[in-house]
Design a protein around this ligand. Structure first.
Ligand code: NAD
Ligand code: TYD
Length: 372
């Protein structure tokens, strides 16, 4: 039985990870630490809120004393670090929080982990407590690829291009340094773009679904030919599980979906699934009366090309051979089934996304549309 501290557990991937983990390891104890920024949402954790194996703590990863007390009090031996500012566009309009949370926050967590797992036992003449610090990172740290470049491996040199990816790269380096210098038992995973339930609707896929249901424009940055590798979020949780349980300390592992799509084509796939859902289920037209283009089967008319994102990376692609060969990792969800599940999750969970849309998020979106 393990006790895990999951930072950022109320966010998109953190919450999905918690659901995955408690289903697979029901005897483990999970503590989620989350500052509940605009992206954190207690509704993401509603399915586990009454589970006696789950505890939620509202707090900041930058609060070193709080983290130390949680590690000590709950005898935590595994820390899984998701907490971050995660949206590239926000990092362009306001990088400060990215530096604060992703770099300084990660540094603070590393100090807390070192203190509790290594320094305190040493001060009593004891051996370090057996532990694992798993850091969740992104493929964006590797920079951008042309259409013909080989996919990113764990050996690819870091070349981050946005304040978001630069802040994640900095945190990856700090995690590495804490292993090499102080002997902290760390692993890092660099994953491609996730999609699935509880995805915050500022990101491409949920934004497209919800805009179609409101009959709003689907903003395509630049020419829409930028390429991302998409992975169903539960498969990311599965990959992290394998890294924590089978990965070697000090190593980094790429996790990807082998599933590259140009943005305009992923938008097309989502549009077609929604149009089909409206044909298959007549009740949807009543439920979403604003969705005129979906009802009329012409969602293509909503596509609107807008000014490109500054410094927009052209292509990301992950070579996950190491993770496959050393840990036996293969994504389990096909893109076809994963994206269909995702579209249906949003069609069936209007209460969840309406609540998100009515929060402070709306002001931010309106500001973006004005500047476009
Ligand atoms: P998210 O923005 O949905 O969630 C981030 C969570 O962290 C939120 O619940 C937020 O409240 C919390 N948080 C932010 N600052 C905090 C702080 N200072 N202290 C405590 N909690 C704080 O992000 P996500 O998409 O779930 O991403 C999670 C992690 O996975 C991030 O580290 C991100 O870089 C990484 N990642 C994301 C993707 C992706 O496609 N979304 C892909 C690869 C890696
Ligand atoms: P996003 O979901 O923000 O993820 P990331 O920037 O981390 O890859 O964006 C995915 C891709 O979609 C990216 O190339 C930017 C593009 N995009 C649009 O074209 N329009 C949009 O409204 C958004 C949010 C993203």
């Amino acid at each position: 039985m393990k006790t895990l501290l999951v930072t950022g557990g109320a966010g998109f991937i953190g919450a999905n990870f918690i659901h995955y983990w408690l289903k697979k390891y029901p005897d483990d104890q999970l503590i989620a630490l989350d500052a509940l920024t605009y992206a954190g949402n207690m509704e993401n954790l509603a399915p586990v809120q009454d589970n006696p194996h789950f505890t939620f703590v509202h707090g900041n990863i930058g609060d070193q004393l709080l983290v130390e007390s949680l590690l000590e009090k709950h005898k935590v031996t595994t820390l899984v670090h998701f907490a971050a500012e995660s949206h590239v566009d926000r990092s362009i309009s306001g990088p400060d929080e990215f530096i604060e949370t992703n770099i300084i926050g990660t540094y603070s967590l590393l100090k807390a982990a070192k203190q509790v797992w290594i320094d305190t036992p040493a001060s009593k003449g004891e051996k370090p407590i057996s532990h694992r610090f798993h850091h969740v990172s992104t493929d964006e740290v590797y920079g951008t690829l042309s259409a013909t470049d080989l996919a990113f491996t764990e050996q690819t040199a870091y070349a981050p291009n946005s304040p978001y990816s630069a802040s994640k790269a900095a945190s990856d380096h700090l995690v590495r340094a804490y292993h090499h210098t102080y002997g902290l038992s760390v692993t890092t995973s660099n994953c491609s773009n996730n999609y699935g339930p509880y995805h915050f609707p500022e990101k491409l896929i949920p934004l497209v679904i919800i805009n179609i249901l409101h009959n709003k424009a689907l903003p395509i940055y630049g020419d829409g030919m930028q390429i991302r590798d998409w992975l169903y979020v539960e498969d990311h949780a599965y990959g992290i599980d394998l890294v924590i349980n089978k990965g070697l300390v000090g190593e980094t592992y790429n996790i990807g979906g082998n599933n590259e799509w140009a943005n305009i084509n992923i938008v097309k796939a989502v549009r077609q699934l929604i149009e089909k859902a409206f044909i298959d289920d007549q009740a949807l037209a009543k439920k979403y009366p604003d969705a005129q283009a979906a009802i009329a089967q012409n969602t293509e008319s909503l596509i609107t090309y807008v000014t490109d994102r500054p410094g927009h990376d052209r292509r990301y692609a992950i070579d996950a051979t190491k993770t496959r060969d050393e840990l036996g990792y293969e994504p389990r969800e096909s893109f076809e089934t994963g994206i269909a599940k995702t579209v249906h999750w949003y069609l069936n969970n209007e209460v969840w996304w309406q609540a998100v849309m009515n929060g402070s998020y709306r002001d931010w979106v309106e500001k973006q549309y004005v500047s476009n």
